[in-house]
Design a protein around this ligand. Structure first.
Ligand code: ZN
Length: 443
């Protein structure tokens, strides 16, 4: 018998009936466990074995649950929870210019923080552990991510016109630089985020990219979201959006491009050869009737691809389990081929693909040395019984409401309906004022 003193100390040991690792072999363990120390996974294996080997400060046996890597939302605007349901059923440009931008002109840092905190609560409760966020007054999102315990890559959105956060491009770039200095390279970090080709002049795009290179940060923008955008690039630059970006020197593994709904064969080849990442946002693309990104073609070609909800105003939620299910169904329907997209591919987009989009390969899988970011689904929920294929269950059956546990950086943020880092009742009370604010300002 092992003497207790020989057991290795660790902070947290979580065991569950099923552990879906997403490791390179895509191992799925029965009666497995994950041991964490200092925010890092130190072991993944049979629960009985890990319980013998480790002396955890906290030992959590979830029983009939499925442990899997936390989902990664690779493109969102979390504070837009404030505007959820404020404008729906409209085309992108009308929606953006006549409804969203006018409301956003009235935003304050306090409101952005409040909206981001609600977004963090929604993400935590539905098993998302990391998100890539672009918005105005983005320090509020950074603050919400820091206090809620989520992992985040945040960027002040850069426009070719003044925003509530800065007067001109120089001030916008200075703001990004200051945020990076404040945040550093930890759980919440800064990135450089010009809005889109149609809102940013070439000088903004190239100078923002140079800043991302200088500070070694992710560079994130919207690209090729609609047919109109592609037509506009053709008209203004006589090039497709991806070719134009390539010519400006903006494509590399630090580039993460949201949407890419209409790539030509040449554009797909450019994405592969440059190592730029694309983020599939199926529900937003469906809701704004932007079209269907050729995800199976992108994957076949070898494009690095993540999955995002986009903002909760064009979705209208931040639930990555729903997004995975939608992605899997959409391409089957679009291509009339049930083998596309597979449940495994959908799960890969939301985990390993997200890790690549965020430039953090230590995310997206459960293995020694990886970040201790994971969630657990209740396998006794009516829609989770019986269980044959855990991957299919996570993608096709789960809704996100089965999440029992969310852990980031080794810390439990949510367990069985309770938030440990967010005062949710007071957040609900604060949201009452938001409705009045939207009504007052939407004209
Ligand atoms: Zn977006």
């Amino acid at each position: 018998m092992d003497a207790p003193s020989r057991a290795i100390p660790c902070d947290l040991l979580v065991s569950a009936a099923v552990v879906l690792t997403q490791n390179p072999e895509r191992d799925i363990l029965t009666d497995g466990a994950v041991a964490c120390l200092g925010g890092t996974i130190v072991a993944v294996g049979p629960a009985a074995e890990l319980r013998r080997a480790f002396a955890p400060a906290r030992d959590l046996d979830l029983g009939r649950a499925m442990l899997l890597p936390g989902l990664i939302n690779s493109h969102t605007h979390a504070p837009m929870t404030l505007l959820r349901g404020a404008a729906d059923d409209l085309p992108l440009m009308d929606w953006l210019h006549n409804h969203i931008f006018p409301l956003e002109a009235h935003l304050t840092p306090e409101l952005v923080h409040l909206g981001a905190l609600l977004g963090c609560a929604e993400m935590i409760a539905t098993g998302t552990t990391a998100f890539l966020d672009m918005y105005l007054l983005e320090r509020g999102t950074a603050k919400a991510a820091q206090s809620s315990g989520l992992r985040a890559v945040v960027g002040e959105v850069l426009f070719g016109f003044p925003s509530p956060a800065y007067a001109d491009l120089d001030a916008g770039l200075d703001l990004v630089r200051a945020m990076h200095a404040e945040l550093g390279g930890g759980r919440v970090r800064a990135a450089v985020m010009p809005h889109a080709l149609y809102t940013c002049p070439p000088e903004l795009l190239t100078r923002s990219y140079a800043l991302a290179e200088e500070l070694d940060l992710v560079w994130h923008t919207h690209l090729a979201e609609t047919v109109n955008e592609a037509a506009l690039a053709e008209q203004n630059h006589h090039q497709s959006p991806v070719e134009y970006m390539l010519d400006l020197g903006l494509l590399s593994p630090r580039s993460t491009l949201a949407h890419v709904v209409f790539p030509t064969r040449d554009e797909i080849d450019i994405l592969v050869s440059t190592g730029a990442h694309a983020v599939h946002c199926p529900e937003s693309n469906m809701k704004l009737a932007s079209g269907v990104a050729p995800v199976p073609d992108l994957l076949d070609a070898g494009v690095s691809l993540g999955l995002g909800t986009d903002g909760p105003c064009s979705n209208n939620n931040l639930n990555m389990f729903e997004e995975m299910g939608t992605a899997a169904l959409l391409h089957k329907s679009e291509l009339r081929d049930p083998a596309k997209l597979t449940a495994q591919q959908a799960l890969d987009l939301a985990t390993l693909g997200g890790a690549a989009c965020l430039g953090q390969p230590n995310l997206g899988s459960l293995a020694p040395g990886q970040a201790a970011d994971f969630c657990a689904l209740d396998l006794t929920a009516p829609n989770m019984l019986p269980l044959f294929d855990p991957v299919a269950q996570a993608v096709h059956a789960a809704t996100g409401q089965e999440v029992r546990l969310t852990v980031v950086d080794g810390h439990i943020l949510y367990q069985d309906g309770r938030f440990s880092t967010i005062d949710y009742p007071s957040l609900v009370r604060e949201m009452e004022g938001v409705q009045a604010w939207v009504r007052r300002n939407r004209g």
